[in-house]
Structures are given as structure tokens and as C-alpha cells.
Design a protein around this ligand. Structure first.
Ligand SMILES: Nc1ncnc2c1ncn2[C@@H]1O[C@H](COP(=O)(O)OP(=O)(O)OP(=O)(O)O)[C@@H](O)[C@H]1O
Ligand SMILES: [Mg+2]
Length: 239
């Protein structure tokens, strides 16, 4: 059975149809890549799945149960978490505070602090526990975003452009973290513009354009699909 099922999801913002009748499913243990041009509806899709902006119509099921209308904090307890494309943090918290807050999802405070320190080490932020996230490099901010997700012990993570803005060399660490998580059984859905990254990580891809799913398949098939080339690669190659 699929772990996550998105069925005929439509999301309207007033007159704008940001998602139109989008359906796909994600099997336990998969890394599903989602690509599409700017404004295609990718972040809206994550918001619709994760309880931040429920669909106008359609259904989302997690582990066989509809989760439409379930609030994000409840979903985190069930094992479904998203990252945010735009990293925002509180000025008066350290990286350890931030990750501890996430770890409190399943642990009492003492354990949460220890676990947060462990998770920071795991993503490569050891030694930066007492820095404020505002002073971190973009790469470290992205790793912190991953650490926040990890600290909740998720079954499924929705990653929204965690590699965007990084150099190819800087993507090595987050790629390794994603691989390692997946090896441990965490299901991953990732929106990513960096094609070499998504091509090497994704087991399957979904392509969204103007709010509609226009293709789905293996990374090798997707890069050959003419609709995808027209909608996405064409635009990027010309840029
Ligand atoms: N809260 C909102 N209210 C009104 N319109 C919105 C809202 N959120 C998104 N939109 C619109 O929905 C469309 C899809 O936006 P979305 O952010 O999901 O795109 P995206 O695929 O994530 O783009 P990007 O690659 O730039 O991150 C856009 O036209 C956007 O302006
Ligand atoms: Mg987006």
C-alpha cells in the first residue's frame, strides 16, 4: 500500500487555480522527486499535503487514512513533516534550541536536548550548537532545516528546495543526509530545481506545470519526455 496518496487535489486562491486535479502516490521507502517551473504549484502542493493550506477539493491519505483538515502539529506526530523553502528562524534561539523544539515532538526535555545534539552532529552541524541560525551560512541553514525535520523522527519528509542556492560541492552534505535517511526507511518527497541532484536521488519523478501534473516516471524517462522538455528544460536552457 502507498504511504502517501494524493487524489484529485485542487487548490484555489480566489480565482487562481494553483493546483488542478493532481493525483499521485508515494510508496513506503521511495524518494519521489517533484519538478516544475517557478509558480507551477509545488510549494502549494506541499502545503496542501502537510495541513498548512488544505485542498479546495480532493483527498490526501497518509498510511491509508484521510488527513485533509488535520493540523500540521498532529501530522508531525503521525510522522509526516515538511521543510520550508524560505528558511525562517527566531533571532533569540540557538541551533540547539531550534532542533530541541522539534525533538520535543516525541521526547521529554532532557532527552530532547541530547537527541537534538545528536541530530545536529548527524547533519554535519556539530560544534555549531550554540550559534544563532541567523549567522549560519546558507548551506548550514539548509542543513538546519533538515535537522529540524529529522528530530521529529518522521516516516515521510516533504523537502522543499533544500539544495536551492547551494554550489554543487555544497550539495554533497545534504545529499548524503537524504540518502542516509532513506536507507533507514524514511520516505522522501523532494521538490528540487537542481537537476543533477534530483536525477541522482529520485527513484521516480512527478512533473507539475501550471498546477497540473504533466508527467510521471523514472528520472531517465522524464528527461526524454517532450512535454517536460517544452515546459521545463526549454525554459531553463534558454535562461
Ligand atoms: N497564499 C497564496 N495566496 C495566493 N496565491 C498564492 C498563494 N500561494 C501561492 N500562490 C500562487 O500559486 C501559484 C503557485 O505557487 P507556488 O509557490 O506553489 O509555486 P512553486 O511551484 O512552489 O514555485 P517556485 O518554484 O517559485 O517555488 C503561484 O501563482 C503563486 O503566486
Ligand atoms: Mg516553491
Amino acid at each position: 500500500m502507498a504511504l502517501l496518496e494524493v487524489e484529485k487535489v485542487t487548490k484555489r486562491f480566489g480565482g487562481l487555480v494553483a493546483l488542478n486535479d493532481v493525483s499521485f502516490s508515494v510508496a513506503q521507502g521511495e524518494i519521489l522527486g517533484i519538478i516544475g517551473p517557478n509558480g507551477a504549484g509545488k510549494t502549494t502542493l506541499f502545503s496542501a499535503i502537510s495541513g498548512f493550506a488544505p485542498p479546495s477539493s480532493g483527498d490526501v491519505r497518509f498510511d491509508g487514512t484521510s488527513i485533509v483538515g488535520v493540523l500540521p502539529d498532529r501530522l508531525v506526530r503521525r510522522g509526516l513533516i515538511r521543510s520550508f523553502q524560505i528558511v525562517q528562524t527566531f533571532a533569540d534561539m540557538t541551533t540547539l534550541d531550534v532542533v530541541t523544539t522539534a525533538a520535543l515532538t516525541r521526547r521529554p526535555i532532557r532527552e530532547a536536548i541530547d537527541y537534538a545534539a545528536h541530530v545536529l552532529g548527524r547533519v554535519g552541524l556539530a560544534g555549531k550548537e550554540h550559534l544563532t541560525p541567523l549567522t549560519l551560512s546558507l548551506q548550514d541553514k539548509k542543513l538546519l532545516e533538515l535537522a529540524k525535520c529529522l528530530a521529529t523522527d518522521p516516516r515521510c519528509i516533504l523537502l522543499d528546495e533544500v539544495m536551492a542556492g547551494l554550489t554543487m560541492a555544497e550539495t554533497d552534505k545534504p545529499i548524503a543526509v537524504v540518502r542516509e535517511l532513506n536507507r533507514q526507511g524514511v520516505t522522501i518527497v523532494m521538490v528540487e530545481h537542481v537537476m543533477p541532484v534530483i536525477m541522482q536521488l529520485a527513484t521516480r519523478m512527478v512533473v507539475i506545470n501550471f498546477g497540473e501534473k504533466i508527467a510521471e516516471g523514472s528520472p531517465a524517462d522524464i528527461v526524454k519526455d517532450q512535454h517536460v522538455i517544452d515546459a521545463y528544460f526549454g525554459e531553463h536552457l534558454d535562461a
